[in-house]
Design a protein around this ligand. Structure first.
Ligand code: PLP
Length: 449
């Protein structure tokens, strides 16, 4: 039980029939507005991680709430095989406008794992429809996270989440994620980036190129790697390798998409046009469960011609979630929040870098836009990890929580060792609010030191 365990009026822990992944308890939420949240005891928290990097737009945006209310008065659900709906049609067109290259077909789902699953299945259906039935392997990276359903776990490189289910799932081939900051050699970062990309070629050759269907990656890493950004040389090279072997390139932008990194997609930083894109989280900013797979006609048309895409989820494309997603997208675009993410992100990275001088256990500071993280280590020179029993990643989160600041953490380096803390406030954050965030964060780190 933590210091923040919820209490009933009698002072005893509040009983609950609910359970999630552990025994940790949290207070009941009362309300939320902008970047702040209040529990039922009136305590205020600064949402310094946008939940789990979700609430890009911040809480209780009046325009989104109005759009949802308006839709609620019309129809909250209409099954897609019985009716089409205007919010879904309009949102698909608006998403297509923001996507690079020929990515203009949108398939709605209700979350990130469903978006990943849809990409994996779409890739396979495309291979079948185009006479390539031997292609089925999807190479991914280690560490990585692509979702909690069995297909998504098969391409996920994060031991604590995958190991229990190993006998029950198809484990796909993995190559190392480009953790160039850990390498101690004489090569430049760009050379290292090329080297990590070339590991894809080696793996494709080892697997047999005719059996490989796709490569899936997060352009800016999420919780499994703590906002990992590869050297610029990596991105174009990976695209070239996929093209050379006729392999689809899937970008999992569930966390990095919808403006979080300072461009609409992470891919946009490097001018990459992926073959499939998974979106969720900030896409609906927590207002409704919503995600999407975005694909080009060159993949979709052969699949539909060959008899259709045998995949879908009941809640997909429901009018209420799409009305929320549409209002979120408009607010993000019309208020220039992507530019704000870029500017505040630069400021955030500079501030985090500045903490290194005071806290020698901060080994690496990384990220793009408002997707940033610090890695905590025993020795910043060698990047040796802290003893696992210290539980540094969880302790810093608790110390921040006690100070009214929410940040996010996970074990990094595949989940077995290493600690990182993600600092990812909503895209609406101001410079003054970053001052406030930093005061609490610095205080939490000082308490940990
Ligand atoms: N892909 C990435 C990159 C993610 O960060 C996540 C969630 O953290 C997912 C997929 C899974 O999304 P969801 O939790 O909505 O199923």
């Amino acid at each position: 039980m933590t210091a923040t365990a919820p209490k009933s009026a009698t002072g005893k822990p509040r009983p609950s029939h609910l359970f999630y992944q552990g025994r940790q308890r949290r207070p009941l939420i009362d309300r939320a507005e902008g970047i702040y949240m209040w529990d039922v005891h009136g305590r205020r928290y600064l949402d310094g991680s946008s939940g789990a990097m979700v609430t890009n737009l911040g809480h209780s945006n009046p325009r989104v709430l109005a759009a949802m209310r308006e839709q609620m008065d019309k129809a909250t659900f209409a099954y897609r095989l019985h009716f089409e709906n205007e919010p879904a049609e309009a949102l698909a067109a608006e998403v297509a406008r923001e996507m690079p290259g020929d990515l203009d077909r949108v398939f709605f789902v209700s979350g990130g794992s469903e978006a990943t699953e849809s990409c994996l299945k779409m890739a396979r259906n495309w291979a079948l429809a185009t006479g390539q039935p031997k292609r089925w392997k999807i190479i991914s990276r280690y560490p990585s996270y692509h979702g909690s359903t069995m297909g998504a776990l098969g391409v996920t490189g994060y031991d604590p989440l995958t190991e229990p289910y190993a006998p029950m799932m198809v484990e796909m081939p993995k190559i190392p994620a480009p953790t160039c900051y850990l390498d101690r050699d004489n090569h430049s970062m760009e050379e290292r980036g090329r080297r990590y990309a070339d590991m894809l070629t080696e793996r494709i050759e080892r697997e047999g190129p005719e059996s490989v269907l796709a490569f899936i990656m997060e352009p800016v890493g999420g919780a499994s790697t703590g906002a990992l950004v590869a050297p610029d040389s990596y991105y174009g090279r990976v695209r070239e390798i996929c093209d050379r072997y006729g392999i689809l390139l899937i970008y999992d932008e569930v966390m990095s998409g919808a403006g979080r990194t300072g461009r609409f997609l992470g891919a946009d930083h490097w001018g990459i046009v992926p073959d499939l894109v998974a979106l969720s989280k900030g896409f609906a900013s927590g207002y409704a469960p919503l995600g999407a797979m975005v694909a080009p006609p060159r993949l979709v048309e052969p699949v539909l011609d060959a008899g259709g895409f045998p995949h879908g989820h009941t809640y997909a494309g429901n009018p209420l979630a799409c009305a929320a997603g549409r209002a979120v997208l408009r607010e993000i675009l019309e208020n220039d929040l992507i530019a704000n993410a870029a500017a505040r992100g630069d400021s955030l990275l500079t501030r985090l870098e500045g903490l290194k001088a005071r806290f020698p256990f901060i080994g690496d500071v990384r990220g793009k836009g408002l997707l940033t993280a610090i890695e905590l280590v025993a020795d910043a020179e060698t990047m040796q990890v802290l003893p696992p029993e210290l539980n540094a990643y969880a302790r810093v989160v608790e110390l921040a929580y006690e100070r009214g600041l929410i940040v996010y953490s996970r074990r990094t380096r595949g989940g077995r060792e290493g600690d990182h803390i993600m600092v990812c406030p909503p895209l609406i954050v101001t410079e003054e609010q970053l001052d406030e965030l930093f005061e609490s964060f610095t205080d939490a780190l000082a308490a940990f030191a």
